[in-house]
Every structure is written in C-alpha cells, then in structure tokens.
Design a protein around this ligand. Structure first.
Ligand code: NAI
Length: 328
C-alpha cells in the first residue's frame, strides 16, 4: 500500500481521477495537492469508506503533499479552449510542470511520475530534464499519459465495426497531439482495415488524432476532456501500481516515454529517427518500464502517418528540453 499524490487534484480531471483512485485498495494514502480548493475535495472524498486516507494540501504545502510519495500524477495546469492547440498551453503549463518536478526532486526523488498536463510531448521532456539536472533521472519511472488516445481509438473503432469489442486495445504510437498520434489500426482483427475505404480510414484516423477537439468544441470554452481523461488516467495509474506493487506481469499500455527506459530495444529506432521520446506499447514491471515493445511492422498508410509525426514530435521535444537547459 502506497502514497499517491495528485497535483491539480481540484481540477476537471483531478477530481474524478481522485475519485477513481480512492476506490483502489493498492493505495493507502491519497494526497491531493492544488493551488485552490484541495481541502474541500479532500474532505469530500475522505468520507468514502475505502482503505485509503485522504489529505488535502494547498498552495503553501506542496512539499508536505509530495513528501515520500510513491507515485505522483500531474493533471495540473490550464486546459484548451476552442481554437487552441495543445502547444498553445506550453507558456503556462511548462512552468507549472517544472515547479512540480522540482518538488519531486526535493521530496520523493524515487517516485513514479505520470504526466497528464499538456502539451505532453513537451512536458515529459521538461520533467526528465529537471531530474537530469539534479542527478535523479530514471527513465523507467517517468510516463506521459497518452492512454486517452488508446481509449478513444478502441471506442471509435468499435463504432465503425461492431464486431470489434470496445475493450479491444489499439496500439497508438508517436506522441499525444494531432498528427503525432498514430493509431496502428492495421493490427486489428476481423480484417478491420481492409474492410474500410480510403475515405473511411482517413476519417477514422482524423477522428482519433483530433478527438480531443470534439470535446473542446462541445464544452464551448469550459475546457477539454476531463471525465474520459480521468478514466484513462486511472486505468494507467492502476495498471502501473498493479505491476509495481501487486507484482502482476504482462500488463501493457501505450505511453510516451524517454527511450532510454529500454536502450537495447530502442537503439536502432533512435538512431534512425533521432527521437529521444516516443509513445509506444510498454510492459510494466517492478521498476516501472520493464520493456518497450518493438514497433510492429506498419502498413504503408501508417508509415506515412509516422513520417508526418516525426518532425512535429522532434520540435515539441526540443522545445521542452530547451525550456530547462536554456534557463539560468
Ligand atoms: P482544470 O483547469 O479543470 O484543472 C487544472 C487544475 O490544476 C486546477 O484545479 C488548478 O487550480 C490546478 N493548478 C494550476 N496550477 C497549479 C499548480 N502550480 N500546482 C498545482 N495545481 C495547479 O484543467 P483540466 O481540464 O483538469 O486539465 C488539466 C491538464 O490536463 C491540462 O493541461 C489539459 O490540457 C491536460 N489534459 C491532458 C490530457 C491527456 O490526454 N494527457 C487530456 C485532457 C486534458
């Protein structure tokens, strides 16, 4: 049983994510940190009769919240409004994520860190660079949560072809924004891709890559995906905990990681693409990343998607890296 901290716990994602994690018997202490209203959310959740203790920590108590944490989940920051890309959030969220990473360094340097705050393609490199600066970087322990892309893919695919169970996991690689989201639909059963016309495949791929925009538009200025994201974040966090402390084997999720988490498996990919970070299927183990699965053979269609993803991903990564390395 372990201490899990949610940073940004009073937000649109933070609240339902905290509720979902409150239901887990793997967690003994749920520490809720936010710059507003953490105490209220904590008091509310603390009445639920599951095993974990819940504490709330406001603006001045970041260190207290993070002290000796086992796992830190970060949905802190601002969400998108209509017309914004995830990269537009960089200006505000980069600093928030950097400061939280500094808090991890001071209080729980061995924690598993799960980043939800966008732009994930850049915020994960920010966390890793802060950790490198302080000599505590372990690439097996830092994750960008791109699970919502997988959840959406599974759902949308099952809507196109009802023979496919919505629980079927789709491998989604690349990153977590627009063209960097690359769903490998050719791996699906029942000849799924072959049953689609080029127009249908284009439409489905576009819907997966820009599914977040549907929610931003429907919420009309009130934010982006929160409930489906909380579901995805809880699924990811609990799978990781199941492997790390529950000892479960064979648990796999697509996630955006530093490729040094499994240097042997990724050496030739890194050399070919020049990418340091990539979302790929990862198997969890006691150390976090147990192995990064090899990139499956992709179709010509998917190769084009990958070719379009690489330059944007590279730019997003270097933006995150230089935010730390070029600051005083
Ligand atoms: P929100 O605005 O509803 O909640 C964010 C919370 O973070 C607020 O309660 C705010 O007080 C708090 N916060 C702000 N600065 C903080 C700081 N320095 N320390 C601690 N807490 C702080 O936003 P929402 O909808 O919950 O989204 C949060 C983030 O998650 C956004 O960056 C959004 O883009 C991202 N997101 C990521 C997804 C993914 O798939 N990885 C999907 C959807 C959203």
């Amino acid at each position: 049983m372990v201490k899990v901290v949610i940073c940004g716990a009073a937000g649109g994602i933070g609240q339902p994510l905290s509720l979902l994690l409150k239901q887990s018997d793997l967690i003994s202490h749920l520490a809720l940190y936010d710059v507003v209203n953490a105490a209220g959310v904590a008091a509310d959740l603390s009445h639920i009769n599951t095993k974990s203790k819940v504490t709330g920590h406001g603006k001045e108590s970041m260190d207290e919240a993070l002290k000796n944490a086992h796992t830190v989940v970060i949905p802190a920051g601002v969400p998108r409004k209509p017309g914004m890309t995830r990269d537009d959030l960089f200006k505000i969220n980069a600093g928030i994520v950097r400061d939280l990473a500094e808090g991890v360094v001071r209080n729980c340097p061995n924690a598993f860190v799960l980043v939800i705050s966008n732009p994930v393609n850049s915020t994960v490199p920010i966390v890793c660079e802060v950790f490198k600066k302080h000599g505590i970087f372990n690439p097996k322990r830092v994750f960008g949560i791109s699970t919502l892309d997988v959840v959406r893919s599974s759902r949308f695919v099952s809507e196109v072809n009802p023979k496919i169970d919505p629980a079927t996991r789709v491998t989604v690689v690349g990153g977590h924004s627009g063209v960097t989201i690359v769903p490998l639909l050719s791996k699906l059963p029942h000849g799924f891709v072959d049953s689609l016309s080029k127009e249908q495949l284009d439409a489905l791929t576009h819907r997966i890559q820009y599914g977040g925009d549907e929610v931003v538009k429907a919420k009309d200025g009130a934010g982006s995906a929160t409930l489906s994201m909380a579901y995805a974040g809880a699924r990811f966090t609990l799978a990781l905990l199941d492997a790390v402390i529950g000892g479960k084997q064979g648990l796999i999720e697509s996630t955006y990681v530093n490729l040094d988490a499994d240097p042997q498996a990724t050496a030739s990919f890194k050399e070919k693409t020049g990418l340091e970070y990539f979302a790929q299927d990862v198997e969890f183990g006691p150390e976090g990343v147990s192995r990064i699965l090899p990139l499956p053979t992709v179709s010509a269609y998917e190769q084009t998607l990958l070719d379009n993803a690489f330059p944007e991903l590279k730019a997003n990564i270097s933006k995150g890296v230089s935010f730390i390395t070029e600051s005083a």
